[in-house]
Design a protein. Structure first.
Ligand SMILES: [Zn+2]
Ligand SMILES: [Zn+2]
Length: 959
């Protein structure tokens, strides 16, 4: 750190816009946070200030020097060609000093690409008789209702998981379920609800250990589409053990095979401990035509999984064998293997049943996902399940189903046809695990909701009560739906971690031991009071920050004394700002992979009545929105999205996208609307196009390259030209008035604007002209219109230094009138994406109201930051200072800092650290940095650096 710092310092002090905290004044202001804390009418508060509130953390030794020398070589002077296209920039030298990993920035560091194939783990053989076995509900999404829960089938040395919705990985971390022990993942359907967690899971497994790991993935044939889509950002090696079964979906009736050939169960796994087979379920209406269905759409196929444990052989009685004239040895063994043996002495055939107790059939578990009524029709008539029905006569091999887990939606499960079908399993235990409001009251991620509750207690202004705590009791105690009492069969609602034991035999049945208790909000706060008694005063102080009347006298005098504090002067754009103007909600603030306390990147820009935008959309974004806004509130936010902007192709920034888009599609079914605008790097286009073969995402894509300043300038020029062009269509281009029909006819006209010979073909040839401008043109027009309606003047992407096609973004609000009727500038928010500090970012951030900057590493890990093209806390703050931004929000922390990152208090006077679900209202920006010391108080006993995470982090494709 010291060398970096002095470097920067030299550069800055020779520049006109000298960074204030690098000036000698800095020494006098080592404790800005405490010196800016005004006295409170609370006597004990002085004790807060006088004692070291904040633990001083030993800096973690910079590691991996060897590797870094190499990347610093890149840094010295050779970064010009790619990133320094503007020789006039005065910060360029600084950026060279900062350095970056060129190979990585250009996508040539595919260390994992060399792996031929990620291996499956070799497991010792389990003893089929003595193994412990159970099925367990992994309640992912049970509280947030955003995804399908998973089911774990457990044996001593084998684990099977059914469905992998978003958040599964985070769930497993929370509940100490080791991902590395999972051998097989089965999908009951292939869609974002059941498989949204798969990309992240595969990447995490690929990063385990030196070699990486893989897992068998099973699903109906649509799985191929998902795998093809995931190839855009997941190494092939991670997906070699993917196996699909059943007929391929096709819109071409002639090409579709006879579905009847898929009527029999398909055996997927058959070993000593379990046999797992798949029974395919398709909508009845697609099978009408003499068994040849007219069209099987992707996503139509659903699966009933049948898991059968082997029978337990009855006890062998040697004395009975002896009586039959047999001798110990091969003859006994044959009998025990179930074969008959001829007794020469008695001249009779001896059968196993003569010498053994009858064998006991193994338990059978069914997992049923029946998504629609027409699937239900098919389900009720399935011949392949006959053997499993209790009352069915003429069974070939009688099988008694022990337990049925229903993943079907509540609307289907509660229908009379479904309950009648359930009854056919006789005494089987039914567990209803589809979405149910019943489970909403117990947060699935207990640890992070405990922190959320503490943050809320301390500072409800930045951490509003979670959507769940605020739920009305009436909603929580929604009546148990039709099943249960009205059914003659055994049926209960699933709860998180509910188990059904299969082995040992004497323990067969439900086990509620692991179901978490309801977490009482009051207990969490009591615990906090005991642990950190000063928190009471801190909360009062924070309350005072909001309810005081602006600047205190002390602050004003400080400002005169210390000129740099004038930086804290309220920017014009915040004059009489309204609280319903803007709120920045940090939905995910961790890097690389979802962890216990921090989800991966996602920022919701809440424009209240005018809708909202998502900047990045990591796995679990929908779930986080539900945690913040409640189930219904989040749905409203999704419906009101104006666009989703994705910074780069790393999975931690976009793998929640499909789920959000699918949810929006479902919510807007039957409502007139337009496809949602998704702006992202070009690799994302390939992913989305491939994914849409699986399920329609109802979106339109725009390449980030089309939204750079240069591209937008070309677009504006072209727009003007097209407006002035005498053409019948031009009368349609009144902003906001064009209806859909008009627009589509206009789009056709627009796309010809750039054709050869057309007046604007010169745009094609201009250097730096955006790609596919003729395709992008109508989308850009649409974007402009939508931004305007949302009160935004511009959305501009700019290239950053991280990986190929990595971007940051500027959002600028339109001008508005202040209380004096004077026109004032709108606010400006800049989000860095993942990046090294770079001139483009500093330029784009000039005068920003808020800079949301990644700060993956602490200051002492600058080498690490360079190697991975990320930034340190200090570097992020430097960028903000150089660009003269008003407030800096740091985010995207390495998961090695589980709860709070390591940072230097001295430089935080305009900066705050982001936490998951932190909601920063634009009106609260002035006080924001002053809250940080108190937030830090909450974690003073738990600043742990988790080194074990680093191995995982090295999967280059994932951060
Ligand atoms: Zn990242
Ligand atoms: Zn990244």
């Amino acid at each position: 750190m010291p060398c970096m710092f002095s470097n920067l310092r030299l550069l800055f002090s020779s520049s006109a816009t000298a960074s204030p905290f690098l000036s000698p004044l800095k020494l006098r202001l080592r404790r800005p946070s405490s010196s800016s804390v005004p006295p409170l009418p609370l006597a004990p508060l002085s004790s807060l200030r006088s004692r070291p509130l904040f633990t001083v953390f030993a800096a973690v030794e910079p590691r991996r020097r060897r590797r870094l020398r190499h990347s610093q070589d890149f840094a010295r002077g050779r970064s010009r060609r790619t990133f320094a296209d503007d020789p006039g920039r005065d910060k360029e030298a600084l950026m060279e000093g900062a350095g970056f990993n060129r190979k990585r920035a250009e996508g040539r560091d595919r260390s994992d690409g060399s792996r031929k194939e990620l291996q499956l783990k070799k497991r010792p053989k389990a003893n089929p008789v003595s193994t412990i076995s159970y099925v367990q509900i992994l309640g992912t999404g049970m509280d947030t209702q955003d995804t399908s829960p998973s089911v774990l089938l457990f044996f001593d040395h084998q684990r099977f998981i059914f469905n992998a919705g978003e958040g599964l990985q985070r769930f497993c971390t929370e509940h100490k379920i080791k991902l590395s022990k999972i051998d097989h993942i089965f999908l009951s359907r292939v869609c974002s609800e059941t498989s949204g967690g798969l990309p992240g899971l595969l990447l995490t497994l690929a990063g385990i250990g030196d070699e990486g790991m893989s897992v068998n993935i099973w699903g109906p044939s649509d799985l191929k589409y998902l795998v093809d889509a995931m190839k855009s950002f997941i190494p092939n090696a991670a997906m070699v053990h993917t196996k699909s079964f059943g007929p391929a979906p096709s819109s071409d009736a002639a090409a579709v095979p006879d579905l009847n050939q898929f009527a029999d169960p398909i055996i997927l796994v058959d070993d000593d401990v379990v046999k797992i087979s798949a029974v395919l379920l398709w909508p009845e209406d697609s099978g009408q035509n003499n068994g040849v269905h007219s069209a099987m759409r992707p996503g139509d196929m659903s699966v009933v999984y049948v898991c059968e444990l082997p029978e337990l052989k009855g006890k062998f009685h040697p004395e009975r064998a002896k009586e039959k004239g047999l001798k110990p040895g091969p003859e006994y063994r044959e009998l025990q293997l179930g074969k008959s043996v001829f007794s020469k002495r008695l001249n009779i055939m001896v059968h196993p049943s003569d010498v053994m107790d009858p064998s006991i059939p193994g338990p059978v578990v069914l997992l049923v996902d029946c998504p629609t009524q027409s699937h239900l029709q098919r389900l009720s008539s399935l011949g392949s399940l006959n053997d499993y029905y209790a009352e069915f006569l003429g069974k070939e091999t009688p099988k008694t189903v022990t337990c049925v887990i229903h993943l079907s939606p509540a609307s289907i499960v509660s229908s009379p046809d479904y309950t009648n079908w359930m009854k056919r399993f006789g005494s089987a235990q039914h567990i209803i695990a589809g979405h149910e409001m019943k489970n909403i009251e117990i947060p699935i991620l207990g640890s992070s909701s405990r922190i959320a509750a503490r943050l809320n207690y301390l500072c409800p202004q930045l951490f509003p009560a979670s959507g769940f705590w605020s739920l009305k009791q009436s909603c929580l105690s929604a009546p148990d739906s039709a099943h249960g009492t009205s059914l003659s069969c055994q049926s209960i609602s699933a709860e998180n971690l509910l188990k059904f034991t299969l082995r040992p035999r004497d323990k067969i049945g439900l086990d509620r031991y692991y179901i978490p208790n309801k977490m009482a909000h009051s207990n969490i706060i009591d615990e906090l009071h005991t642990e950190i008694p000063e928190i009471v005063e801190a909360a009062q102080y924070i309350h005072h920050l909001w309810n005081g009347t602006g600047e205190t006298g002390e602050e004003r005098s400080l400002m005169q004394e210390e000129p740099w504090l004038s930086e804290n002067k309220l920017p014009n754009c915040l004059e009489n700002i309204r609280r319903d103007d803007l709120e920045i909600v940090l939905l995910g603030t961790g890097s690389s992979q979802p962890s216990k306390y921090r989800n991966v990147s996602s920022i919701y820009i809440n424009l209240f009545a005018k809708g909202g935008l998502l900047l990045d959309c990591g796995e679990g974004t929908l779930g986080q929105m539900k945690r913040r806004f409640g189930v219904g509130g989040a749905d409203d936010a999704v419906k009101g999205l104006i666009c989703i902007w994705i910074s780069h192709i790393h999975a931690d920034h976009h793998s929640g996208l499909a789920r959000i888009l699918a949810q929006r599609r479902d919510l807007l079914k039957g409502v007139p609307h337009e496809p949602l605008l998704v702006i992202g790097p070009r690799q994302l286009k390939r992913y989305l196009e491939a994914y849409q073969r699986l399920e329609d995402l109802d979106m339109q894509f725009l390449d980030c390259r089309n939204t750079t300043e240069a591209s937008l300038n070309v677009f504006e020029e072209a727009s003007e030209l097209s407006m002035n062009r005498p053409s019948p269509e031009s009368s349609n281009s009144h902003d906001g008035l064009t209806n859909v029909t008009n627009r589509s006819s206009k789009n056709v006209a627009d796309s010809t604007l750039f054709a050869r010979g057309a007046p604007m073909q010169s745009f094609w040839k201009r250097p730096g002209s955006p790609p596919d401008i003729s395709v992008a043109f109508p989308v850009l027009q649409n974007m402009k219109k939508m931004l305007k309606e949302a009160g935004l003047e511009a959305l501009v992407s700019f290239p950053v230094v991280h990986c190929p096609q990595a971007y940051g973004v500027v959002l600028k609000a339109s001008q508005r009138l202040n209380s004096d009727g004077k026109l004032i500038e709108g606010w400006k928010i800049v989000y860095s994406g993942d990046t090294r500090p770079c001139p483009e970012l500093t330029e784009a951030s000039r005068g920003a109201t808020v800079l949301i900057h990644e700060a993956t590493f602490e200051d002492s890990m600058v080498d690490e930051a360079i190697a991975r093209n990320h930034s340190t806390t200090e570097e992020a703050i430097q960028v903000g200072a150089a660009a003269g931004v008003y407030r800096i929000i740091l985010t995207h922390f390495s998961q090695r800092y589980p709860k709070i990152p390591v940072f230097d208090e001295a430089h935080m006077h305009k900066t705050c650290i982001a936490f998951d679900l932190m909601s920063i209202n634009i009106a609260d920006l002035p006080v924001l940095p002053r809250v940080l010391p108190y937030l830090k108080m909450l974690f003073r006993n738990e600043m742990i650096v988790d080194e074990s995470d680093d191995a995982r982090d090295s999967v280059s494709v994932a951060s």
